[in-house]
Design a protein around this ligand. Structure first.
Ligand code: C5P
Length: 229
């Protein structure tokens, strides 16, 4: 076990992971790794530079050289993502960028190239890491590993609401299809597939409001991380 504690939160999108991670990082005053944002920036960079998904050497080099800055506001709150001096905070959150991220994320060489960058977030006083393989591959020695799930239908509804709140129109059917496709790709890939670590605590959030999810996890953290009260 490392002396700098790590909490990993893995699971598919729409399970409340992002909200839980922001809460935890803020509450504990720890660093926050949004690993999905790194894959999203890489996908955006590849599109901007016309690097195709079959050019694995160029893609891996792009992953190593990626000039990305995660600006934080307060303790662990991600406020802006800057790539090549350009604010790409909103650009990386589109459905298209999420799908493109999931395609580049299935390439083993790309995952390997991004490993050191993710591990570098492990700094005192602690780290909350959000992703798909945080507990299985990137931080296998984490003190607390959580895996959030929710039914595909519930996740599509949550995503629809998020988009509507931002004034973006979308329909449930298309979102459900996108989610199913992305889940299948993330779960079936040969490297670091989306799955709970053997020692992860799995929490189904389908029928829980986000306040309950956050509250339950807060209790777990108090119970399992020494020194947190
Ligand atoms: O979490 P987010 O939706 O931002 O992630 C976008 C995509 O990046 C995911 O669908 C997944 O394919 C990929 N990803 C990954 N491993 C991670 C984080 C994200 O493969 N640790």
């Amino acid at each position: 076990m490392s002396s700098v504690p790590i909490i990993t939160i893995d699971g598919p999108s729409g399970t409340g992971k992002g909200t839980v991670c922001s809460f935890l990082a803020n509450w504990l005053g720890w660093h926050f790794l949004d690993s999905g944002a790194i894959y999203r920036v890489l996908a955006l960079a590849a599109m901007k530079r016309n690097v195709t998904n079959d050019d694995i050497q160029k893609l891996s080099q792009l992953a190593v050289d990626l000039d990305v800055e995660f600006q934080v506001q307060g303790a662990g709150q991600l406020s802006h993502v800057v790539f090549d001096d350009e604010d790409v905070t909103d650009d990386i959150r589109t459905e298209d960028c999420g799908n493109a991220a999931s395609i580049v994320a299935a390439i083993p060489e790309v995952r390997q190239a991004l490993l050191a960058r993710q591990k570098a977030f492990h700094q005192p006083p602690g780290l909350v890491a959000d992703g798909r393989d945080m507990g299985t591959v990137v931080f296998p020695d984490a003190e607390l590993k959580l895996f959030l799930t929710a039914s595909a239908e519930e996740r599509a509804k949550r995503r629809l609401k998020q988009l509507k709140d931002k004034g973006i129109s979308a329909n449930l059917r298309d979102l459900s299809d996108d989610i199913a496709e992305r889940d299948a790709r993330d779960s079936k890939r040969s490297v670091s597939p989306l799955k709970p670590a053997e020692d992860a605590i799995v929490i189904d959030t389908s029928d829980l409001g986000i306040e309950n999810v956050v509250g339950n996890i807060r209790e777990l953290v108090i119970k399992m991380i020494p020194g947190v009260s």
